[in-house]
Design a binder for this molecule. Structure first.
Ligand code: SAM
Length: 289
C-alpha cells in the first residue's frame, strides 16, 4: 500500500528488477488469484489502467493493454521472413497470445504450443479470454510438457518456425537459452527454418543477447539478427527478440506480403518491422555487427 499525495490509500503491484536497480509499478484494484504450481507462482491482478495482469514468480508476463506489442513482434516478423511456414512450434507462450497471432497466417497448417505449466493456460482462458480466441482452431495443438525435452525428440527437418516465448532464463526456462537447446532446434528445423526467441532488454541484458547469438552460431545457424521493440511492462520498457536462420540469410522479409496482410495488427507493420531491424550504434558495436 502506498499513500497518495491526497492521503487516499492505493494499492500498487511493483516489480523490483535487481539487475538494473530499477522498479516499476501498476496501480491495482485487487489481486484476483494467486497459486503455487509445481513450476512457479502465478498471480492475477485487476489493474486500474492496464486491464488484467499476469505475474509469474514476481515478474510481469502480460497485461490486457500492452501484450499486443510483444505477441505481434514475436510472431509476424519471423512469419513474414519465412517464405511459407507450414508447421510452427511455440515453446512456452502459455498465455496463448503468440498462438493467436501465428494462426492469423493462412499458410500455417499446424501450430503446436508446448507449455510446461498447464495452469498458465487455464488462468489465461479465465482472465485473458481474448488471447485464447484461437485455442480451438483445428490447426492448434496445446501440449503441456517441457519444451526442452519436446524439441530434443522432434524428427529432423520437420518444423519451419520455432518461437521461444519463455520466461526469463532462470528456473524451468534456463535450459532454453543454451547451445544444447539450439542444437535440438537446428536439427528439428527444415533447411530454410527460423528460430525466434525473446531476448530480454537491450539496455541491461546485452551480455545475454551476445551469449545467445554466440550459442546460436555454435549450433550452426547461418544468420542471426536481433529485433527491438517497446514493451512498457518489462524492465527498462524496451525489449528484444533474436532470430536465427538455418541455411539462409535474414537480410530480407516479404514486404509485399506484410503490406497486403489480410488480418489486423496494432503494432506490426512493414514500417515497424523495418524499424525493429535497425540496431543503434551501441548495440552494433557490442554485437560486432
Ligand atoms: N511474454 C512473457 C515474458 O517475456 O515475460 C513470456 C510469457 S509466457 C507466459 C512464458 C511461459 O514460458 C510460462 O508460462 C512458462 O511456464 C513457460 N516455460 C518456461 N520454461 C519452459 C519450458 N522449459 N518448456 C515449456 N514452457 C516453459
Amino acid at each position: 500500500m502506498t499513500a497518495t499525495p491526497t492521503g487516499a490509500a492505493e494499492t500498487w503491484f511493483s516489480e523490483q528488477h535487481a539487475r538494473s536497480g530499477s522498479s516499476f509499478g501498476l496501480r491495482v484494484n485487487a489481486r484476483l488469484h494467486a497459486e503455487q504450481t509445481p513450476f512457479q507462482t502465478i498471480e492475477i491482478y485487476d489493474t486500474t489502467d492496464w486491464g488484467k495482469l499476469m505475474v509469474i514468480d514476481g515478474c510481469t508476463m502480460v497485461s490486457t493493454r500492452d501484450n499486443f506489442l510483444y505477441h505481434e513482434m514475436m510472431s509476424h516478423p519471423a512469419l513474414f521472413t519465412h517464405a511459407r511456414a507450414k508447421r510452427v512450434v511455440i515453446i512456452g507462450g502459455g498465455d496463448c497470445g503468440t498462438l493467436r497471432e501465428v494462426l492469423k497466417h493462412e499458410e500455417v497448417e499446424q501450430a503446436v504450443q508446448v507449455e510446461i505449466d498447464e495452469r498458465v493456460t487455464r488462468l489465461a482462458e479465465q482472465y485473458f479470454p481474448e488471447l485464447c480466441a484461437s485455442n480451438h482452431d483445428p490447426r492448434a495443438q496445446l501440449l503441456f510438457i517441457d519444451g526442452i525435452k519436446y524439441m530434443a525428440e522432434q524428427d529432423p527437418e520437420s518444423i519451419d518456425l520455432i518461437i521461444v516465448d519463455s520466461t526469463d532464463p532462470v528456473g524451468p526456462a534456463e535450459g532454453l537459452f543454451n547451445a544444447a537447446f539450439y542444437a535440438s532446434c537446428f536439427r528439428a528445423l527444415r533447411p530454410s527454418g527460423i528460430l525466434v526467441q525473446q531476448s530480454e532488454s537491450p539496455l541491461v541484458h546485452l551480455d545475454l543477447i551476445k551469449a545467445m547469438r554466440t550459442s546460436m552460431r555454435m549450433a550452426h545457424f547461418q544468420a542471426v539478427r536481433t529485433l527491438l521493440f517497446p514493451q512498457p511492462l518489462y524492465p527498462t520498457g524496451w525489449w528484444s527478440c533474436t532470430m536465427a536462420r538455418k541455411n539462409a540469410d535474414l537480410s530480407d522479409f516479404r514486404e509485399r506480403g506484410a503490406a497486403q496482410r489480410q488480418f489486423d495488427t496494432r503494432y506490426y507493420s512493414v514500417e515497424t518491422h523495418k524499424a525493429a531491424l535497425a540496431l543503434p550504434p551501441f548495440m552494433r558495436e557490442a554485437l560486432g555487427e
